[in-house]
Design a binder for this molecule. Structure first.
Ligand code: CU
Length: 302
């Protein structure tokens, strides 16, 4: 017989300055008998990172961005930084004492789980807990391409602030290689390419980098290789001064946005396109497909 299970999906979103977890802007309470297998699915729908802490029980981070980690170990007294757009699944077996999910070190919100009839609290001060480093968490496993293998395409994106044109107007922009959208050149790949990105943050803001259509394998941060479970993410948080290397196989033909997931930053210029060779978009005119004898001027399409 299966033990009882509790599976909670917990998106966090800030509405007019009020942080809401699931549908609550105050602390939510649930009852869970001791022995219940609990899974908490954390989703950050904001543009800024959130910090979570789970007090009262050891737990495992079993999945990141919908992909299982390999042999995630038990952790306790650790903070979890969830980047914009990021998802973590936490799993634990309910103890016979209360458990608290603390959001941004604020005990007035978050989530409280209690075993039946238990009135105690799990009121630990979680603010000083060190952050769990997912690049050193879990156990290595085979990946479709070796971290050291030669890529077919290399792209470096230097993120910074500066004066640049954004949508045709000069702006104090969030830039990629000194330019703002749409003046940042497309990244061109061919189907089957192994692609490597180096993302360098020279600015003072955190940039949660997000490529549409692909998960990327984290290779290294600041030159230190990832040494835990293979870590595939949709978004990775590049903090000021950091350099991240990631790789992916180009197996999903299309024209994909490649941008900072802090949406104000994206609107301030920090977005570009990753384009597969031979894929075109009607935005540039239906008659510009490769191989056509004549190519219409793009100016006719605006
Ligand atoms: Cu950004």
């Amino acid at each position: 017989m299966d033990a009882e299970q509790l599976d909670l999906t917990l998106p966090v979103h800030t509405f007019d300055g009020t942080v809401v977890l699931a549908d609550q802007d105050k602390r939510a309470e649930h009852t869970a008998p001791a022995g219940t297998r609990v899974r908490l699915r954390l989703i950050n729908t904001d543009s800024d990172p959130h910090r979570f802490a789970l007090a009262g029980t050891p737990f495992r981070v079993t999945a990141v961005d919908g992909r299982d980690l390999n042999q995630p170990g038990e952790v306790s007294a650790a903070g979890l930084r969830l980047p914009a757009g990021g998802r973590y699944d936490l799993a634990f077996v309910m103890p016979d004492t209360p458990v608290a999910l603390v959001l941004d070190n604020d005990h007035a919100n978050g989530l409280r789980l209690r075993p039946d009839g238990h009135a105690g609290t799990a009121g630990a001060d979680t603010s000083g807990w060190p952050e769990l480093d997912l690049l050193r968490y879990g156990t290595p496993a085979a990946v479709p391409f070796a971290a050291g293998s030669r890529a077919d395409r290399y792209f470096t994106m230097v993120l910074d602030r500066g004066v640049a044109m954004v949508d045709g107007r000069p702006a104090y922009a969030q830039t990629v290689n000194g330019r703002g959208h749409p003046a940042i050149p497309d990244q061109l790949v061919a189907e089957g390419d192994l692609v490597r990105f180096t993302v360098v943050n020279r600015g003072l803001d955190t940039h949660p980098w997000h490529l549409h259509g692909h998960s990327v394998l984290i290779l290294s941060r600041n030159g230190t290789p990832s040494s835990g479970s293979p870590l595939w993410t949709d978004t990775f948080d590049v903090r000021p001064g950091e350099v991240w290397e990631v790789a992916f196989k180009a197996t999903n033909p299309g024209i994909w946005m490649n941008h900072c997931h802090n949406l104000p930053h994206a609107h301030q210029g920090m977005m570009l396109r990753l384009r597969y060779d031979g894929v075109t978009t009607p935005f540039h005119g239906p008659h510009t497909a490769h191989g056509a004898g004549t190519v219409r001027s793009r100016h006719h399409d605006h």
